[in-house]
Design a protein around this ligand. Sequence first.
Ligand code: PLP
Ligand code: TYF
Length: 398
Amino acid sequence: MFEHLHGLPADPILNLMVQYRQDNNPLKVDLGVGVYKDEQGQTPIMQAVHAAETHLLASETTKTYIGPAGSEGFCFQISRLLLGNDHAVIKDQRITVAQTPGGCGALRVAAEFLAKCDPDTTVWVSDPTWANHIPLLKGANLTITEYPYYDGENKAIRFDAMMSALETAKSGDVVLLHGCCHNPSGADLNHEQWNSIAELVVRKGLIPFVDIAYQGLGDGLVEDTYGARLLADKAPEMLIASSCSKNFGLYRDRTGAVMVISANQTQASVSASNLFSIIRGIYSMPPAHGAAIVETILGNEALTKQWDDELTMMRERILQLRHQLAKEIAACGTEQSFAFIPEQKGMFSFLGIDKAQVAQLKDEYSIYMVDSSRISIAGLSSSNIQYVAQSLSAVLKG
Ligand code: PLP
Ligand code: TYF
């Protein structure tokens, strides 16, 4: 039976981690997978997370089952963190929230939810988008189509082309939008652009689906939610996938949430029953630990402040690395300008070099990045940034 299978390629991003680990060059630099790293190249456990874990270890009394929605307290806190404490969709009980195994779990559950609403649903994704969006949506047999998003030549959002493409979408089509810190381009929509998208989505009866995996790593915890909050204000129906992997540093603890906003409270209870039924059919209920940490932090003022301060430090360090990289590359006298890097947001930017140059950086300099030339900014540090700039410059000069 198993002989019917044929081998498949590994996840291209996660596979880079393996290749990097096997490289013996002491100068090696990992700009591949999007995980935050400190000056020492470590992905630390945040102190607020550590404090919450210590508290949980001392106070936890049971590990009995929870339901498909996970912890109610976590769901409440995470929806308030995203939408604000007093958002109408929370007050009007139009929102259903379920704790999920990471943002990927949220995306997959949301995809199944859409397929249950209508198996012929079309989801519009940005060109380019995060590579994992495709298998997560295709897993539910949804039809995927692209809208233009990033212009690699001009390092800018192709906003007019994006809007023209979405004008051709039909009522009931779903538009997947990155809430902030677009992965892979780092090019984020401004407020005016979000306003235009909200107008279009409502006018055409499209369903916005916001994936937000980097809240707090772009402009700020509240600032990064502009688009999600606006769409939740305006659209009668909406989906959100949120992740705590990056902003709480909980990657392997698989912590996230799916949110379904329905047109009214009655519909919301029908949506909830379907959402929970889907979850039961996939993994029954989510893992508890990561969400318990988040719930503990967000339910405690001092821990929230500590976490917010740590997150602010991470965000500011990423921005500083962006400025420093652009400066170091310019200092090498490269012809091309990299001044766009500090203008972009979050963990990623494209260097804009070709596949052969990416391979050369890996093979000759042990500098690892995704084939598309996407770099994870947090992989830089004061000890490797000059090496990266000089190596890039050497490759560019041929
Ligand atoms: N969405 C985007 C755009 C991402 O980059 C990621 C990865 O970090 C996720 C969702 C979900 O990640 P996770 O499942 O680790 O929470
Ligand atoms: O894009 C990234 O690097 C992160 C991490 O299957 C990631 O979003 C990469 C691949 C994957 C899950 C997470």
